[in-house]
Structure formats: C-alpha cells, structure tokens
Design a protein around this ligand. Structure first.
Ligand code: FES
Ligand code: MG
Length: 576
C-alpha cells in the first residue's frame, strides 16, 4: 500500500507487502544499507564514461564526488551506465545516436525508482541527448560535464582541439607542412582526456546548459581533472538532492525550460560565436516541451547580439581563458539587457544573483564588451530556392567570407566520391567555384555527419586559397571554420533542391539578403524533380532504419516524430 507519494521511489520501497520487500532486498543486494523506508530520495547518476570516448572518460572519477554530494544532502546515490557518445570515433557520427541516448535516459527514469538525476556528459551529443531524455521524463536533473582537456603545445603555441587540426591539414595540403611536421603535430595533439578545449559543440552546449538552468552556475568551463571540476561535481550532487527534497514544482525540467530561458540560450550562443550544432540541439530540447524555435528567431537574435567571447575558432583564446575571465556568469553580465536574468540558474536562485564582471587574462580579453565585440555577427539563417526551409552559416568563423557572391557549383552527391576526388591534381576548380556536398543530412547519411567543411582542394591550397564557399545538408564541427553553409533543409535524400543540383549550375549567396539560390527556373527544377529518384536505402533493418523513418530535418532539431511534444497534452510525464 502506498504510504506517501513523496519521494516517488517510496512507491517501490515503503510497506510490508512482498513486492516492497523484494525491492528493498534488491538494493540491499547492491550494497545499499540505508533505511529505504525513511523517505530519502534515490538519485540516479547516469555515467557515460568510456575508454572509447576520451571526451567523457574523466567522468569516471566524478561519480564518487557526485555520490558524496548526494549523501551529504540526504539522498541515496545509485549509478547506472548510459551509452557513451563520442564524436571522434563513432562513424558516421555520434549524432546518429543522440535520440537513442535520450530514449535510454527517459526509460531509465520511467522504469526505475529514481527521484532525481545527475547526468554525467561531455562529448557534444551526450549532453543534449541526456537532457532531452530528462526533459521528456520531467525528472529533476542537473548535468555535470567532464570539462575541457588541457591544450597540447607545439613550437610554443597552444593547440586548440579540432581548430588546430583543420588548420594543420590545410597547411599540409598547401605544401607548407611536410610529413615529419605532420607526425610531430599528431604527437603534440594527444594531450589527455576531456572535451574539446575550443568553442566547439561540447563547450558551447555546456555553457548553454548552464544558462538554461540544468548545470550549476559557473561550472561549465572548469578543466577536466581539476580540483574545481571535482568540486563542481560534489556541489551538483548536493544541489540536485536539495532540489528534489524542496519538491518545488517550479523546478521540474519542463517548467525550467521556459521560452525566456531558451531565448537567453540563443543570445548566449550568438555571444559565444558558438557551434552551429547547438542550434539543432536547442530546437530539439525546446521541441520536447512543445516550444518551437524558428530560424527567424535565431536570425533576429543574431542581428542584435555581437560575438563577445574571444575564443577559437571565432577568436583566439581557449576555454581555459574563458574560464579565467569569469565564465558564463561574466558573459551574461557583459550581455546586459540582452538576457533576462530573472530566470532560474541551476541552483534554483535567479541568474541575477550570480553575475560578475569579466576579468582580463594578461593582455587578452577573453570576454569582450558590447561596445568592443570580437565580431558583429555570429550567424546568418539563409533561405531561397536551394534551401526552402532554411540553412545556416556561422559568419563569425568565416573572416574571409565574400558576403555576396555567385559561382559555378562543383557537386558531389556522395561523401566517398568527394573524399576520393577533392585533392585530385586535375580537379576542375577555381576559387570562385562553390563546393557542394549532398547526402549528408539526417536521412541521407544517416545521422547528419560533420562533413560540411569540405577541405580546400589541394590545387587551390597550393595557390594560397584558404577559404571558399561550401554548401551541404550536413553539419560542421563546432571547432571548424570557413565560408560553409550547413543544415540545408530539406536535405537531398528526401528530395530537397540540393538533390537536383548539377555541376556548373550557378549558385548565389547573398548574406545581407539572407538568401541562398540557384539560377534555375521553377520549370527547370520541376523537370529535374520529375526525373529524380531517391537513392536506394542500404539499411533495411535495425537502428539506422528506425532512425531514417522517424528523424526530422535540421529545422526541427533532428528529433524523432514520436519523441517531440507537439502539444502539452502529448508531453511524456513519468508517473509513479
Ligand atoms: Fe568530443 Fe569534441 S570530439 S568533445
Ligand atoms: Mg564536434
């Protein structure tokens, strides 16, 4: 018989019936000696550490810190493993499994006697995936990230993860870096576990999670393995347990993820010059609570909020500099009226109570002021007859961008073909050519890999070309840079206009007009569409098939149709 409805786990443990006895014995067999009828909340720790995923590996040592925090605050910690999504090693991309992780977290929360959740995440898809699941379960949740890895050093220069690799590869293709230097670079690049230390997707998402109120304020940037990181983990265990015990309905995830909080996150994303991938993840998170984020909203925010974080790839510093300058609380302070600081931070207090002025780091100002920004514009949302449902360009990381340009397309409808041909010495290409890759979308690849930054062809790199216009229906690494239009929607695989494109077609980019178009008449496009047939689906079973059937396009956050909450009535709320 149910004695009390709080905490939720009491339904499992309280009473003298044989089922309650079985439940108590089960946890006793797991080594938990607490009185399970005393009403202490059971707090799950979702551990995604793995040696296959160096970005998340430091989480393993944080399990103990979080557990201590939970105990000290009067809870009972229980640890369970969740899928470890590492972008470095998973082919074609960890993004193929973000929604699977969300399902995993949601179903743990649904089926086990959990009263709250601390998700341990790091590599970029692991954080939004876990949060999406926690939101749908509507279980009180705080995230703890592994933290950025330390920077490798080569010739006295710090190597920013990803960004330095893409630069070095370009130098290799241009002939400026020989194979010995390339090997030496590889050795310097391996500098230990943790997430990308640039403003890639992991760093961006960690900061946005903090802004959204699902991480303790000021803890997104603490370095992997640092004392501050362990302290953040301990305090997160305490804070989440206290939140569960407060049992304040205003602190449930579906209430925390308000329209105001999401708008703050978009403002922050622009001020970070952060990862384009974050746009997809924010749309997906919002979709879980029935809130729609549009491209027009993002474009409007981007027009009014300049880039303030002077961090690679939009600027020059690394995450350690952002952290030393004061981290998220200092960035929000610098943003002034652009953010609404009355919303809750992860500790349940208003963000306004956490703001602090930004500090300089020697000569470097990692967090600039609105009067002296790093760049005026972070993002442009582009549409036109090539992207009827929109596409995205991170302008802040394309310093050589020609905002208005027209050029002939060089089209690959296959990633493998592009990789085989891109450095061919006879490639027919000039600096005005527009490189196009299709088949890289959510359905096409599947999973929407980070193939959008097509390398500069060797023939052009050798001539000193360092940037050119590239277009794809895929994504790009948040650590990458260049004039790249990504997230073109609808994608080629479902018959989007990119599928109809041929080499030689004239493409026009007009950033001031936010337009991306091809010089083809409606009639010509209709004729080509009539002759077009979709590529045969290779995956006839298993996860990839399920994924293709249910995944949405970039403008809907690439979530599954059956996971989004279309109306408040459709929200999935865990019932005891
Ligand atoms: Fe894992 Fe960047 S690849 S955090
Ligand atoms: Mg990445």
């Amino acid at each position: 018989m149910l004695v009390t409805d709080f905490p939720r786990s009491a339904e499992w443990f309280v009473g003298d019936e044989e089922i309650a006895v079985m439940h108590r014995v089960a946890l006793r067999n797991s080594g938990i000696s607490d009185d399970l009828e005393a009403g202490k909340p059971l707090i799950g720790i979702a551990d995604s550490s793995s040696t296959l995923n160096p970005c998340n590996l430091p989480l393993r040592s944080l399990v103990e810190d979080v557990s201590r925090g939970i105990r000290d605050a009067g809870g009972i910690p229980v640890v369970f493993p969740v899928m470890s999504l590492g972008e470095d090693l998973m082919k074609p991309t960890a993004m193929l499994y973000r929604n699977l992780l969300s399902i995993e977290v949601e179903e743990y929360a649904r089926s086990y006697p959990l009263d709250g959740l601390v998700v341990l995440a790091g590599c970029d898809k692991s954080l939004p995936g876990a949060l999406m699941g926690a939101l749908s379960a509507d279980i009180r949740t705080l995230a703890v990230v592994s933290g950025p890895r330390q920077a490798g050093v080569l010739d006295g220069t710090s190597l920013g993860t990803g960004t330095a690799l893409w630069r070095a590869d370009h130098e290799r293709q241009s002939g400026a870096r020989d194979s010995a230097a390339w090997k030496e670079f590889e050795r310097a690049l391996a500098c230990g576990p943790g997430t990308c230390n640039t403003m890639g997707t992991a760093s961006t998402l960690a900061i946005l999670t903090e802004v959204l109120g699902f991480m303790l304020p000021g803890t997104a940037g603490a370095a992997a393995g640092s004392v501050e990181r362990a302290d953040a983990a301990y305090r997160s265990g305490v804070a989440l347990t206290e939140s569960v015990l407060r049992n304040d309905p205003a602190e449930t995830p579906q209430r925390v993820l308000s329209e105001t909080a999401l708008r703050n996150a978009l403002v922050t994303l622009c001020a970070l010059g952060g990862s384009p991938n974050a746009v997809i993840h924010l749309i997906a998170l919002a979709g879980r609570v029935g809130i729609t984020l549009t491209g027009a909203l993002l474009d409007g925010v981007a027009r009014s909020v300049p880039v303030l974080a002077d961090i690679e790839p939009a600027g020059v510093g690394l995450l350690a500099d952002f952290e030393r300058a004061g981290g998220t609380p200092a960035l929000l302070e610098a943003l002034g009226d652009h953010v609404d600081t009355s919303v809750r931070a992860g500790d349940g207090r208003a963000w306004a109570e956490h703001l602090r002025p930004a500090e300089t780091v020697g000569e470097h100002v990692p967090i600039r002021s609105l009067e002296d920004p790093v760049a005026p514009l972070a993002f442009a949302v582009l549409s036109g007859n090539l992207a009827p449902r929109g596409s995205l360009m991170r302008v802040a990381t394309a310093p050589e961008l020609r905002p208005v340009q027209t050029g002939p397309a060089l089209v690959w409808h296959s990633y493998a073909d592009m990789r085989r041909q891109i450095h061919d010495p006879n490639l027919a290409v000039t600096a005005d050519t527009v490189l196009v890759l299709t088949g890289a979308g959510p359905v096409g690849a599947p999973g929407m890999p980070e193939w959008g930054v097509i390398p500069i062809p060797r023939v052009l790199a050798a001539q000193g070309v360092t940037d050119m216009l590239r277009i794809s229906d895929g994504r790009m690494s948040g650590t990458a840079f260049g004039s790249c239009v990504v997230h073109v929607s609808p994608e080629a695989a479902i018959g989007g206009p990119l599928a109809l494109l041929r080499t030689g077609d004239l493409i026009t980019l007009d950033v001031p007009a936010r337009s991306l178009s091809v010089a083809l008449s409606e009639e010509e496009l209709a004729e080509r569409r009539a002759a077009w047939t979709p590529a045969p689906v290779r995956d006839l079973r298993g996860w990839p098939l399920l994924y293709r059937r249910h995944v949405g396009q970039a403008d809907t956050g690439c979530d599954f149709d059956f996971l989004t909450a279309h109306t408040p009535e459709q929200r999935v709320v865990v019932q005891p």
